[in-house]
Ligand binder design. Structure first.
Ligand SMILES: Nc1ncnc2c1ncn2[C@@H]1O[C@H](COP(=O)(O)OP(=O)(O)OP(=O)(O)O)[C@@H](O)[C@H]1O
Length: 288
């Protein structure tokens, strides 16, 4: 079962385009969306939540091509982003009273307990909340109506490390029953190393891959060695190369081939997700 299905999705802006992306986000799992600044992550997320529509292709979220206009689907969606529109002059209590009637599965006791857990006073005005508090508030809302799909645009970026860990635990426990799904974009790739099942990687509007995290980290390899190992042939092997005065470090997406080419002459190790972004972005720029 898929929580989200994208088919040949294209969305163009004057200087950028999401380019013909087809992929699925699986139900019951956490998918992390990664990529450099301006790669198209928020654009994809806006299409998934129905805030904007593709120029070509289709996006189906919880089975609907129009999630923001379909009340039944909208109720099952939990959205966390800094684009959540709340009335700034209202307090948390007043705002939640406005929101609650919209959701048939709203649980006030759960909401109250999240406010306590997140140390948010119901008396605080939305406009007086810090960036992290706003994220916590929209999280409390998303978690209190028993959403089937959480879609989050950089939910952890404004959060302190203690709360970030708590949030990751919360998300991991949310998908325990295998019916809920989560997709979130982030630059804090270590968060995804902790909890993501799948990683979707976009670069310059194109999908590089959407695969099980463990498979990705198995397939790619970092190679480190002396500069004399680099020639036209070996360079072609790499997605991106960082050259310094003492040698090179590079990323290959073909572990077996890299091992065959360099054998014991180079050091090799498993990459972190951050390495994939760094070397892919660097490689792209080099060849531009
Ligand atoms: N409404 C718009 N009009 C014109 N260009 C836009 C619009 N929205 C996004 N873009 C452009 O689309 C590109 C992708 O933006 P997007 O916000 O999707 O990237 P991102 O991967 O989320 O980046 P970041 O990691 O920096 O948040 C950028 O070049 C941005 O300027």
């Amino acid at each position: 079962m898929n929580a989200i299905e994208l088919r040949n999705v294209t969305k163009g802006y004057p200087l950028f385009k999401v380019d013909n992306i087809s992929t699925d986000v699986k139900q019951g799992f956490i998918t992390g969306l990664i990529g450099p600044n301006g790669a198209g992550k928020s654009t994809l997320i806006r299409m998934i939540t129905g805030l904007i529509h593709p120029d070509q292709g289709t996006v189906r979220t919880l089975g609907s091509e129009n999630p923001s206009g379909d009340v039944a689907v909208k109720q099952r969606l939990g959205i966390v982003s800094d684009e959540c529109f709340y009335y700034e002059h209202l307090t948390i209590r007043e705002m939640s009273r406005l929101i609650a009637p919209f959701y048939s599965r709203w649980d006030h006791a759960v909401f109250k307990s999240y406010l306590e857990q997140f140390e948010l006073s119901p008396k605080k005005k939305i406009q007086d909340l810090s960036k992290g508090m706003k994220i916590k508030f929209s999280l409390a809302v998303a978690l209190s109506h028993d959403a089937d799909l959480l879609v989050m645009d950089e939910p952890t970026s404004g959060l302190d490390p203690v709360f970030r860990r708590e949030l990751l635990d919360l998300l991991a426990s949310m998908i325990q029953d295998e019916t809920k799904s989560i997709i979130f974009s982030t630059h804090i790739t270590t968060d995804l190393e902790r909890i993501a099942d799948y990683i979707a990687f976009v670069n310059q509007g194109k999908l590089i891959f959407n695969e099980a995290k463990d498979d990705v980290l198995e397939r790619y390899i970092i190679v480190k060695g002396d500069m004399d190992l680099l020639d036209a042939d070996t360079r072609r092997q790499f997605i991106g190369i960082r050259e310094t005065s003492i040698g090179f470090e590079a990323l290959s997406d073909n572990k077996a081939e890299a091992q065959r080419m360099f054998g014991s002459e180079a050091l090799m190790h498993r990459p972190a997700l951050e390495d994939l972004i760094y070397f892919t972005a660097k490689g792209g720029r080099q060849h531009a």
